[in-house]
Design a protein around this ligand. Sequence first.
Ligand code: NAP
Length: 307
Amino acid sequence: MIYDLVIIGAGPAGCSAGIYAGRARLKVVVIEQLSPGGQLLSYSRVENYPGFPEGIDAFELSDRFAKHMDLFGAERISATVESIENHREKIKKVITSVGSIETKAIIIASGAVPKKLDIPGEKEFIGKGVSYCAVCDGPFFRDQDVAVVGGGDSALEEALYLTRFASRVFLVHRRDQFRAAQILQDRVASNDKITRIMNTTLSKIRGGSGGVETISLYNKLRHETLELPVKGVFIFVGLEPNISFLPKDVKLDSNGFIITDERMQTSVEGIFAAGDVRSKLLRQIVTAVSDGAMAAFSAQQYLELLA
Ligand code: NAP
């Protein structure tokens, strides 16, 4: 069987594409390696998605996205995409861990994962104190001191979330200003449990068989190193795109995100990209769902010309 459209990823962008493609009566399959939701599943609450002024639980929102997509007939399979073959042909092949799928068009909505710091001790203590998900691991640090690294929306939002459990949260940022939304900066400033440590980088994580014990911090202005005892280190220093399966000739920006035009068309005909995997200015749920809708619409137009 040949599908009209394969959507890779069932986060907000993939689900939105699935809804639009299903409503356009395309024969569509959505491939997701975990549960639908993507990065949304690592957040606790969403406060800036229009229509939910009181905020909405992140799990509930991702569940609603998936149910909405199912309603319009998009098929879903659970698999890992390994590669894309014949990507410049009219019929393309998506190779997955459970077999290959033939399709006329593809939307890549595979999202992004947290970047690593690549410092000594980071890899060694993943799951033993080093984490990239406060919602997943925060409860393990009840009444303990933790550090959060980064100055973007994720770092500040997660630092605030961690104050529910931790006794103290040290927020370590490499510059003298955060890039996070002002509302988050205000909340951090007025939270007694959070200590901001600016102009400082994390250079080493040390510990033993019981997990993380201390971190080494380097103050760039005073040229001083400080040892800080903490049990947890939460790292939020940006994202890197999930593109390991992508053909090498699909054009990327200098950070490895997929370049598209405003119709979400990549440099390869019939392959579209949507959401956090795409090179863009603002990575939000609301921009991901917009990308997904546009990608599905463009795929539909592409298929009409192909017929
Ligand atoms: P981000 O906005 O790219 O911020 C990354 C932060 O990490 C920056 O403060 C950066 O410092 C710092 N950083 C980067 N590399 C570093 C290194 N090697 N050592 C130390 N610090 C480093 O990433 P993000 O916070 O994960 O957010 C990703 C996207 O999702 C953004 O577009 C964000 O707006 C969005 N997001 C939105 C929400 C929301 O709306 N509620 C929540 C979460 C994420 P500099 O500032 O010095 O560059």
